[in-house]
Design a protein around this ligand. Structure first.
Ligand code: SF4
Length: 706
C-alpha cells in the first residue's frame, strides 16, 4: 500500500512542498505538492530526484564510529559509547580550558528544531557563543544589511510579488539555476505581460541573463558603484519619492552627497558597461510602478557584501519601492532552512528570536527564559575565524553538524590544517564519506531527509513542516535527538543545578519553546502551532490572535528601527579584496550548476543529474584562450596565492575577457582533488564576516603532459 506524506524539499530556499510516496520503509516517489504556495505542484530536477537520492544506503553513515587515537581507524561502536565519548571529551576540555575552547559548526540543512537545540547547548549550557553555520557563507551579508537599513532581519517581500512586479532587478543571482521553481513563475509572468522589464546584473551571461531585457555585464565587485550610478540618475531626473524619504527614512542627505560623485559616465567606465545601459536600468527602475530586486550569492559572497546589499536597499528606499505589492529588496536564501537558523539565533553573532549577543537586555531575556545565570556577552567566532582559531589551538574541540567545511570554506589547505590540529573533531552527518568525515574522531550517523520531523522557513518567511515518511537507515538518529542526548550527559556534569534544560520529548516540544521566545519580537510566531502548520504552511510574523501570517512587511511605512524610519547608509565602492595583477591576471568567478547541490553528497549519487554538466571545467572567453594558444580540453593549472587545482578548458563567450569561471560543487569525492574553494580567498566582509567566495585573482598555465 502506498502512503503519501506531505513534506518540504530539502535543497534550496524556495521551500517547495512535496508529496512523498512510500511503501513500507521505502520511498518510491516524490512529486510536487499542488497545495503548497511556494510551488503549486512544480518541482525542479533536484526535487524530482529526491526519491532516488535519499533511499540508497551507499555512502550513508549507518552506525556510530569512534577512534581513541589519531593513528587508528575509527571503529564501529554503539550509540551510548559514542555519546558518552563526545560528552566526556567536550566537558573535560571545557573544564580545563573554559567554555570558549570548544565550538560548533552547524548548517542551514538542519531543521529549526535541530538548530534550536544546538544553539541552546552552546549558549545556554556550555556558555560559549562559538556556534556558527555554513549559512554564514551564503546570507550573512543580507542579514546584516536588513538589520542596518530596516531594523530587523528578513525580507519585506513575498512570492506573490514575483507576479506583481513590473521591473525585476536580478543582482548576483542566477535564479534559473539556483531557484528554478521561482524562476518558472517569473517566466510565466513575463510571457503573460511582455512589458515587464528584466534587468540582470552579473559579470557572466548566465541563463538568467540570457533572458533579460538588459544585461549589465559588470566587472567583478563593482555593484556598489553601479547602484550609486543608478541612484545618481534617479535623483537627477527627479524620480525619487521625496514624500516617502521625508516621512519614513533617515540619512538621505549624506547619501545624496555621496552619490553625487558617482556620475553615470564615471560609473559606466568603472563597471565596464555602456553609460546608455546604466541610464536605461535607472529609468526602468525609477519610473516603475513596482520594482522588485532579487539577489543572492553574487552580492553576499563578497568582502563588501553588506555594502552591496545596503546600496541596493538604498535604491528601494529612495524610490519608495518597498512595502507595497510587487516591490522591495528580496534576498533569496540558498539552503532550505537558512532562514530558520536565523530565527533561532544559530550564529556566533545572534541570539534566539533575532536578538543580538551585543545587547545586554537581549542576553538577560534569553538567560531568564532558559533559566541559566547568564548568556556570555563575548562574541562567538564566525566561520572563517573559527577555523583559524582551531588551527591556532585556541579552540580545541569542534562538533561539525550536517555540513562539509573541508569542501565549502575558502582556503581549504588552511581548513584541513585546522582539522588536523584540533584535539577532538566530531562530525555528525548522514553521509560517511565527505571531505570532512576523514578528520572525525567520532562520526555520528544522522537521519536524512524523509526520515525526520520538524520545520523549515523558506525565502519568503514561510514556515513549512518537514515530515518523516520512513524510519532512518541503519542506526541513524535525528540531529536534535543526538544533540539532546549529549546535552543531557554534559548537563549532568557541567550544570547539574539545571536538570530540566533539555527535557524535550518531541520536535514539537522544541518548536513550542522556540515559539515562546519569539513572542513580542519582530518575528513573533506566538499564534503558530504544529496543528496549524499541519493544515498549511504560514509566514511570520504570526502573533497570537492572527488568522494568517504577514505577506509583506513595512506596508504601513513603519520600520523596525528605534525611530521607525528606515536608514540610508552612504557606503562607498571598494574593489575586490584580491585585485588582479601581473602574477595573477585573471578574475576567477564561481557559481552553481543547474542540477547539483553543494558538495554533491546527495546529488552526486545520481548519474542522471550529471547529464546537464558531466564534468568540471574552467570556462574562459575564446579570445583569451586563443591569445594563450589554448584549446578545448587542455588541462590547466589554476593557481591563487593559496594553492592550485587542475581543470580542463572549456570555451565560453558568456564571460568577458579577463574573467574565468568554474562551478563550486566538485570536490575530493568526485574530482580526486579539491574544488574551487581550494584556492578561494578567505577575505571576509568586516560587518557580516561573510567570505569572498565569488572572486579570487588567479594565474592559469597549461599542464604539459609527459
Ligand atoms: Fe527543491 Fe529548490 Fe528545486 Fe524547489 S526549486 S524543488 S526547493 S531544489
Amino acid at each position: 500500500m502506498t502512503t503519501i506524506t506531505r513534506s518540504t524539499c530539502c535543497y534550496c530556499g524556495v521551500g517547495c512542498g512535496v508529496l512523498i510516496e512510500s511503501e513500507g520503509e521505502q520511498i518510491v516517489g516524490v512529486s510536487g505538492d499542488p497545495a503548497h504556495p511556494a510551488n503549486w505542484g512544480r518541482l525542479c530536477t533536484k526535487g524530482l530526484s529526491l526519491a532516488k537520492s535519499v533511499q540508497s544506503p551507499i555512502g550513508r553513515a549507518m552506525y556510530p564510529e569512534l577512534r581513541t587515537s589519531r593513528s587508528e581507524a575509527r571503529q564501529r561502536v554503539d550509540w551510548d559509547s559514542a555519546l558518552d565519548a563526545v560528552a566526556d571529551r567536550f566537558a573535560g576540555i571545557i573544564e580545563e580550558h573554559g567554555p570558549d575552547s570548544v565550538a560548533f559548526y552547524v548548517s542551514g540543512q538542519l531543521l529549526t528544531e535541530d538548530y534550536y537545540v544546538f544553539n541552546k547547548l552552546a549558549k545556554g549550557l556550555i556558555g560559549t557563543n562559538n556556534i556558527d553555520t555554513n549559512s554564514r557563507l551564503c546570507m550573512s551579508s543580507a542579514v546584516t544589511a536588513y538589520k542596518m537599513a530596516l531594523g530587523a532581519d528578513g525580507p519585506p517581500t513575498c512570492y506573490e510579488d514575483l507576479e506583481l512586479a513590473q521591473t525585476l532587478l536580478f543582482a548576483g543571482s542566477n535564479m534559473a539555476y539556483a531557484h528554478p521553481v521561482l524562476f518558472r513563475r517569473l517566466e510565466a509572468a513575463k510571457a503573460a505581460n511582455p512589458d515587464i522589464k528584466w534587468i540582470v546584473i552579473d559579470p557572466r551571461r548566465t541563463d538568467t541573463a540570457a533572458m533579460a531585457d538588459l544585461h549589465l555585464q559588470i566587472q567583478p565587485g563593482t555593484d556598489v558603484a553601479l547602484f550609486h550610478g543608478m541612484l545618481h540618475h534617479i535623483l537627477w531626473e527627479g524620480l525619487a519619492d521625496t514624500a516617502f524619504i521625508e516621512v519614513h527614512t533617515s540619512g538621505f542627505a549624506e547619501l545624496k552627497a555621496r552619490v553625487r560623485q558617482y556620475t553615470p559616465k564615471m560609473v559606466a567606465e568603472l563597471c565596464g558597461v555602456l553609460e546608455a545601459d546604466l541610464l536605461q536600468a535607472a529609468e526602468w527602475f525609477g519610473r516603475s510602478p513596482a520594482a522588485l530586486s532579487l539577489y543572492c550569492m553574487g552580492l553576499n559572497q563578497s568582502s563588501h557584501g553588506t555594502d552591496k546589499n545596503l546600496a541596493l536597499i538604498n535604491l528601494h528606499l529612495a524610490t519608495g519601492q518597498i512595502g507595497k505589492p510587487g516591490s522591495g529588496p528580496f534576498s533569496l536564501t540558498g539552503q532550505h532552512n537558512a532562514m530558520g537558523g536565523r530565527e533561532v539565533g544559530g550564529m556566533a553573532t545572534m541570539l534566539a528570536a533575532h536578538r543580538d549577543i551585543a545587547n545586554p537586555q537581549h542576553r538577560a531575556e534569553v538567560a531568564q527564559f532558559w533559566g541559566v545565570d547568564a548568556v556570555s556577552g563575548k562574541p562567538g567566532l564566525p566561520a572563517v575565524a573559527m577555523f583559524d582559531a582551531i588551527k591556532a589551538g585556541q579552540i580545541k574541540a569542534v562538533w561539525i553538524v550536517c555540513t562539509n567545511p573541508a569542501h565549502s570554506l575558502p582556503d581549504l589547505p588552511n581548513v584541513r590544517q585546522a582539522l588536523e590540529m584540533a584535539e577532538f573533531v566530531v562530525v555528525q552527518d548522514a553521509f560517511a564519506h565527505t571531505d570532512t568525515t576523514a578528520f572525525a574522531d567520532v562520526l555520528l550517523p544522522a537521519s536524512s531527509w524523509g526520515e525526520k520531523e520538524g520545520t523549515v522557513t523558506n525565502s519568503e518567511r514561510r514556515i513549512s513542516r518537514v515530515r518523516a515518511a520512513v524510519q532512518p537507515l541503519g542506526e541513524a538518529k535525528s540531529d536534535s535527538w543526538i544533540a539532546l542526548q549529549v546535552a543531557q550527559r554534559m548537563g549532568a556534569r557541567l550544570k547539574p543545578e539545571h536538570p530540566g534544560l533539555f527535557f524535550f520529548d518531541s520536535p514539537e516540544a522544541i518548536f513550542n519553546e522556540h515559539r515562546a521566545l519569539t513572542v513580542g519580537r519582530d518575528l513573533d510566531i506566538g499564534g503558530l502551532s504544529y496543528a496549524l502548520l499541519e493544515a498549511s504552511p504560514q509566514q511570520w510574523p504570526y502573533p497570537q490572535g492572527a488568522s494568517t501570517g504577514q505577506a509583506r512587511r513595512y506596508s504601513n511605512g513603519v520600520f523596525a528601527t528605534d525611530s521607525g524610519r528606515a536608514k540610508f547608509t552612504a557606503v562607498d565602492y571598494l574593489p575586490v579584496a584580491e585585485p588582479t595583477n601581473s602574477r595573477f591576471p585573471f578574475h576567477l568567478l564561481t557559481g552553481r550548476l543547474r542540477d547539483q547541490w553543494h558538495g554533491m553528497s546527495r546529488t552526486g549519487r545520481l548519474p542522471q543529474l550529471f547529464a546537464h554538466s558531466p564534468e568540471p571545467s574552467l570556462e574562459m572567453n575564446p579570445v583569451d584562450a586563443e591569445r594563450r594558444n589554448l584549446k578545448v580540453g587542455d588541462l590547466l593549472r589554476i593557481s591563487s596565492k593559496r594553492g592550485s587545482l587542475i581543470l580542463p578548458l572549456a570555451l565560453s563567450a558568456d564571460l568577458v575577457s579577463g574573467c574565468v569561471f568554474t562551478a563550486m560543487h566538485w570536490s575530493g569525492q568526485f574530482l580526486n582533488s579539491s574544488g574551487s574553494n581550494e584556492i578561494a580567498s578567505s577575505a571576509t566582509d568586516d560587518k557580516s564576516f561573510q567570505p569572498e567566495l565569488k572572486h579570487a585573482a588567479v594565474r592559469i598555465e597549461k599542464v604539459e603532459l609527459p
